[in-house]
Design a protein around this ligand. Structure first.
Ligand code: PNW
Length: 492
């Protein structure tokens, strides 16, 4: 029987020393400390489920480079990075990590971690480069090569169909996601790709982070296509993205080999009970359902909630009942990108269901100022999703952090802040799996430093450091940490 890692006998002994007014330090001396050490060294963290899948994640535009090769057409990000003042270091991803040419070396980096899964994205403008809808087989060939290389190295491929790199041709022709024609084009692309890769790729994510792409692309102009639209149009864009997701799910079903699984990869608004009381937990669940009403809730319930429609009022999106049926096409799993708590809540006051709390000015964050530290988000996100909608299969499709990552004199990168972040988040994930929350796998963002959107190359999220002058990849200390987590299937 253990009390927090101490045996009952040792606990009693310390209690007795304390009763005598003797501190454990003086009474314990070397013998006591040595004994404590032996006991601590026996202590093990709970393991993750035996089948738990450990992986890393990247996306096409952030690592591939080769933006004009083998018939790839321009994407909205190629245009966006050229607008003045949009990218902090005025960089582009024309070369990025040159992964298009170095993918074999990069697959070895995954293998060296002992990871058994890899989440990458397919660049739509490589597959359908222009407005004609005529496919470019050379574009998909790259992913055939990548998938073959992964499988040859015992790594399971998980493909994301859309990680923000919309073909510029669709932006020009339809206004991109402002039109449901783009939702339909997405389904055509999804079907085309699935038909050709589902013999080897068994897990497909539709759209990465609807919440982020809608808000930053169409609300604040921080991401491509860099628009600031009125709320009604933002809601309409979100509806088209949700519709695109649903149509793509149907296309994957229609064109995939049997056993192909499909789902979204969303950065839901994660609502965390500020203090864990049953009333606050319930409040956090209700808040999570409402804050995600425009996307994940609609996908899993087939309707927009009354509160969402009432709040949107005249700005509510235009939709048909048929749209909602498509949006809620059955999925096989939910992918969750978990970085931070978005909202702390307590139970409602004055008759409300929940009270959202403001973030204190001193609330800590990692190297990216948006990345607030809150490991418990990693517990609550999958738990809420499993509980609210009875979801039976969840993947953490992204989690990780930026860090300054300054090499020391010996050329090594001791990113203990990243290790601190990961250890705490993984401990909370372990709490979730230990309680039976059905999380099947975890993809660490990111395999290597890469083009971090508006932050250019100034924010580094990788387990491997990348020197963008020489393209040299160097493992950081966190790579060793993650290798050990994977090897032991437990938090270390
Ligand atoms: C995700 N936020 O983006 C993306 O899926 C990745 O492409 C990206 O590199 C990674 O996280 C790290 O940023 C996010 O401000 C960017 O809350 C910003 C936020 C969330 C997710």
């Amino acid at each position: 029987m253990l009390f927090n890692g101490f045996s009952r006998r040792r606990f009693a002994k310390i209690a007795a020393w304390s009763a005598l007014g003797i501190s454990t330090k003086s009474a314990g001396a070397a013998e006591g400390i040595a004994r404590a050490r032996v006991e601590f060294s026996k202590r093990t963290f709970a393991a993750f489920p035996p089948s738990f899948l450990w992986g890393t994640a990247t996306s096409a535009y952030q690592i591939e480079g080769a933006v004009r090769e083998d018939g790839r057409g321009p994407s909205i990000w190629d245009s966006f990075v050229r607008l003045k003042g949009k990218i902090i270091d005025q960089s582009t991803a024309d070369v990025a990590n040159d992964h298009y040419h170095r993918y074999k070396e990069d697959v070895q980096l995954i293998k060296e971690l002992g990871a058994k899964a890899y989440r990458f994205s397919i660049a739509w403008p490589r597959v359908f480069p222009d407005r004609t809808g005529v496919p470019n087989p050379k574009g998909l060939d790259f992913y055939h090569r990548l998938v073959d290389e992964l499988l040859a190295n015992g790594i399971e491929p998980f493909a994301t169909l859309y990680h923000w790199d919309l073909p510029q041709a669709l932006q020009d022709r339809y206004g991109g996601w402002r039109s449901r024609d783009t939702s339909k084009a997405f389904a055509d692309y999804a079907g085309y790709v699935t038909e050709r890769i589902s013999d080897r790729v068994k897990h497909i994510f539709t759209i990465n982070e609807c919440a982020r792409l809608v808000q930053a692309g169409f609300g604040t102009a921080i991401d491509a296509p860099g628009l600031i639209l009125p709320q009604k149009e933002i809601n309409q864009v979100r509806h088209h993205v949700a519709l695109g997701h649903g149509l793509a799910v149907q296309a994957v079903r229609a064109h995939g080999r049997s056993g192909t699984k499909v789902g979204p990869a969303e950065n839901i608004e994660i609502c965390v009970p500020a203090i864990e009381t049953p009333a606050n937990v319930r409040a956090a669940e209700i808040a999570t359902r409402e804050y995600n009403a425009g996307y994940l809730t609609a996908i899993l319930e087939g309707k927009y909630t009354d509160a969402f429609l009432a709040y949107a009022g005249a700005n509510a999106p235009t939709f048909t009942p048929e749209d909602l049926k498509v949006i809620s096409s059955p999925i096989d799993f939910v992918g969750l990108n978990v970085y931070m708590p978005n909202q702390f809540v307590i139970a409602g006051e004055n008759g409300g269901d929940f009270t959202p709390l403001p973030f204190a000015a001193t609330y800590p964050h990692m190297d990216s100022s948006w990345l607030r530290i809150g490991p418990e988000a990693m517990y609550w996100a999958p738990r809420h999703v499993a509980k609210l909608w009875n979801v039976k299969s969840i993947y953490i499709t992204e989690n990780g952090t930026s860090a300054a990552d300054q090499p020391t004199a010996d050329g090594k990168i001791y990113d203990i802040d990243r290790i601190m972040y990961l250890r705490n988040y993984l401990t909370q994930l372990n709490r979730a799996t230990s309680e039976g929350v059905p999380v099947q796998g975890y993809f660490l963002w990111s395999l290597m430093d890469n083009f971090e959107w508006a932050d250019g190359y100034e924010k580094r999220f990788g387990l491997y450091h990348v020197d963008f002058q020489t393209q040299r990849r160097t493992p950081k200390l966190s790579a060793s940490f993650y290798r050990e987590v994977i090897r032991r299937n437990a938090v270390v």
